[in-house]
Structures are given as structure tokens and as C-alpha cells.
Design a protein around this ligand. Sequence first.
Ligand SMILES: [Zn+2]
Ligand SMILES: [Zn+2]
Length: 258
Amino acid sequence: MAASTKKNLSISSVDDQSQYKATWTQRAWFASGCTTVLISLAKSMLILAAGAPTGPRTLLHLIMAALLGYLLADLSSGIYHWAIDNYGSAKTPVFGSQIESFLAHHQYPSEITKFETAGITYTMAGFVTVAFLPVNLFSNDPIFLWFVAVFTGFGLLTLNIHAWSHTPRRKLPPVVAALQDAGVLIRWSQHTAHHRPPFNSSYCVMSGIWNRVLDEYKVLLALEVALFRVMGVKPRSWSEPISEWKPMMTQDEQPVLH
Ligand SMILES: [Zn+2]
Ligand SMILES: [Zn+2]
């Protein structure tokens, strides 16, 4: 779940710090994704500032839009992660490198903390740019643009937020540690279940809020059964044990990497 699959798979055997650096292309995608989010935010604020006086009703709509964006970002992270962990292979068109990268993350869970932010997030940043830059250009609804800003902002950073849940607490920026403590971002104790056999729960990696719902009501298992019945495809999580997958270290065992 990082710069490139080949880099991930060679991690344990090659002690070359340069492999964790992002390329300039990845940094450019990261910058374009961040710019797209900022345009949504700025356009929303400018429209509100230029329009009719705003009251409590507008404020309520902004709060609800932000909440919806935040919740949907976590749910999307869970569904995407579940699909990538369970279906396809390195040869799958478009998603192949992501699939290989996520599977490598299960083999070497703590390696994700070594990568530069742009190297982890560039795929999501690219998606945000391509899918939401046109939305920014054509939408003039400030509430919707505010929703888009929150949804894409958290969505773009999801894999970095996931990496923070693998990072030793003493190495976290204080604001990130505070947000983890407040339950805004997923923390180690919430994510560790995903890295334990049978490796089929806690797929949401942004806030983790949806994990309880998806796991208790077996929503993703129901989807797996439906897909198997319709298409005859078994998810990877049914063929356990996945022998090469390793558990997550305890928070204190995590190596100091930066
Ligand atoms: Zn996973
Ligand atoms: Zn993880």
C-alpha cells in the first residue's frame, strides 16, 4: 500500500532507504489531489461569502454535509479495502498494483510507516483529481462542495491515516495522537483486529466507525456469499489460513522508522 508493488515486495530483503521515497510523479499527483480538495473548500466558502446572509439553517447544513462526508469516507475505505484484500490479483487491470500492494502490507504490516506520504496517497490523490476536479468546475452548490471537500480530504489521506495506526505512538505528530484519542482517526487498538487471523474483519481504516456495523451484521460476508452464488468467485479470506500474512506488532514493538 505504498509507492509501488515491486518496492513493497523487496522491502524485507533490501535495506535501501531510497526505496521508501516518493517519486516526483507521485508527489505531483499528491499535490494535485490536495489542490482539488482546497478548490472545493475555497469555492464553497466564496459562494457562501458572496451570497445571501447565512443563518443557523446554513450552518446546520454545513455540519450535516461535513458529517456525511466524514462517515462516507470511512465506509468507502472499508468497502474498497475489503474488495482489494479479497478479489483479483497483481494481473487485474487498473487495480493490480493496489491489490499486490495491499497483500504485501499483510506480509509486512509495519513497512507502511516507512513510506513518504505522497508514495502512500498518490493513487487516492489521482482518483480525487480525476473524479472531483470536474465537480468543482461545474457545481455551484456551497453545501455540496463543502461535502465534497470533507469526503475527498479524508479519502485522499485515508492510507496515511491507516499508516498512522501502525506508527509507534511516540512517533506520531501530537495532533494525530490527539485525534486518535478522540476517536476521529483510527488508532492501533482498533486496527489490530484486521491483522489477526482469520483476517476478515475491521476493513475500515479511516475512522473505523463502520467496522462494528459491518462486522456485527456480517454485511461484507453477505456480499461475499452473494458474489460467490452469482459469479462463483471465492474471496481470499475463505481460504484461510493465509500462511504468509503476519499479525500487526503491538504498539510498543513497532520499530522507530523515521
Ligand atoms: Zn487488509
Ligand atoms: Zn494495516
